[in-house]
Design a protein around this ligand. Structure first.
Ligand code: PLP
Length: 374
């Protein structure tokens, strides 16, 4: 049996008829940018998140860039973010000219460590930027109380966490601004690039509307610097189809994750912990082991494709060798990056495929040492 890491065609197959109808609707209307499809999606996505406003943009990286710009973050400002994240979180901070300060993650759930953030706050710090990694939420209670104590903004990178919750918090809605990506492999994925910023503040929403559209306040009137970063009508129409089924898909992801956990019992694999009041949405399914590389190779030899999220912590990237602060401080991220393995995982993955992967993992850990040659 061959098990791919992700099979997007399988995920999207059941939406094909509705998506083709959505594409036809857009083409019949002949309106492709900033039109009615986007308006509907923005309204529904804000409601899904549990907040008032959402502003569609071109991708998740732009969502972060525009969120930082909307809060006036720029050169001379420091932004605290986790060292274990997708590179885009840090690139967005660099893009606005601010300095990324890399902070370690917690060993138990790999989320940004708030206690370590507290130590790194300086008079230059403007923003705490937690990432809800792997579809589980960071500790927003602790994050918000640190932000209040130090007068900081919180921007949530919720690119992997559409619909995730923890306690009273829903991903993207507790900070000043929440940023989402609709890259095809994300929990809510378009058929191309897409992103959104969500917020409850009307003035911030209006600022974002200008920023994404050449800084334009009225047609051909430009008061603010802006860029061209919009979620187009076709993607908005596709996303509206996907959004209708997102809760259903999340349940499928959670069921698959439970199956994996049950069937991997008895192996020495380690799973990130979820507090009892958490609702993780499993963007991916990660396990941890000191034998990561050997396990990945063994599974590959058996037709099972895994990935690593992420093999190099962001503060170790050459790109940030000069400006990134965090060297020598992110031991957990460094260790985790040598131990994390993401198993095949996607809605539409068969029960047989999960059983096959788990069986191979059991065999790997139980197999006797290979006989010496000669
Ligand atoms: C995917 C992702 C982004 C960037 O989103 P794009 O749409 O690819 O630009 C940012 N942060 C995290 C944590 C992500 O997973």
């Amino acid at each position: 049996m061959n098990v791919p890491f992700v099979d997007l065609a399988a995920v999207q197959a059941s939406y094909k008829v509705e998506m083709l109808a959505a594409a036809k609707r857009v083409m019949d209307r002949g309106w492709y940018i900033l039109g009615p499809e986007l308006e509907v999606f923005e309204r529904d996505f804000a409601a899904f998140c549990g907040t008032h406003h959402s502003v569609g943009v071109a991708n998740g990286t732009d969502a972060l860039v525009l969120a930082l710009r909307a809060l006036g973050v720029g050169p001379g400002d420091e932004v605290l973010l986790p060292s274990l994240t997708f590179i885009a979180t840090a690139i967005a901070v660099q893009e606005v000219g601010a300095t990324p300060v890399f902070v370690d993650v917690r060993d138990d759930n790999l989320q940004l460590d708030v206690e370590k953030c507290a130590v790194q706050v300086s008079e230059k710090t403007k923003v705490l930027l937690p990432v809800h990694l792997h579809g589980r939420m960071s500790d927003m209670d602790a994050m918000l109380s640190l932000a209040e104590e130090k007068s900081l903004h919180v921007i949530e990178d919720a690119a992997q966490a559409h619909g995730a919750a923890r306690g009273i918090h829903r991903a993207g809605t507790s900070g000043t601004l929440g940023c989402f990506s609709f890259y095809p492999t994300k929990n809510l994925g378009a058929l191309g690039d897409g992103g959104a910023v969500v917020c409850s503040d009307l003035a911030l929403k209006e600022k974002l509307l200008h920023l994404r559209n050449y800084g334009q306040s009225e047609k051909y009137v430009h008061d603010h610097p802006g860029i061209n970063s919009r979620l187009d009508e076709l993607q908005a129409a596709f996303l509206s189809v996907r959004l209708k089924y997102l809760e259903q898909e999340t349940e499928i992801r959670r069921t698959l994750a439970t199956k994996y956990k049950e069937q991997l019992e008895g192996t020495p694999l380690w799973f990130p912990k979820d507090p009892r009041d958490a609702f993780p949405v499993f963007h991916i399914f990660v396990v941890r082991t000191q034998k990561r590389d050997a396990l990945q190779q063994y599974l590959k030899n058996n037709g099972i494709e895994c990935q690593i999220h992420y093999p190099i912590p962001v503060h170790r990237q050459k790109l940030f060798a000069q400006i990134g602060r965090g060297h020598g401080n992110c031991f957990v991220a460094e260790k985790a990056s040598t131990q994390l393995l993401s198993l095949p995982f996607f809605p539409g993955m068969s029960t047989d495929a999960i059983a096959f992967v788990c069986e191979k993992i059991h065999t790997f850990f139980n197999k006797p040492s290979p006989p010496a040659f000669g």
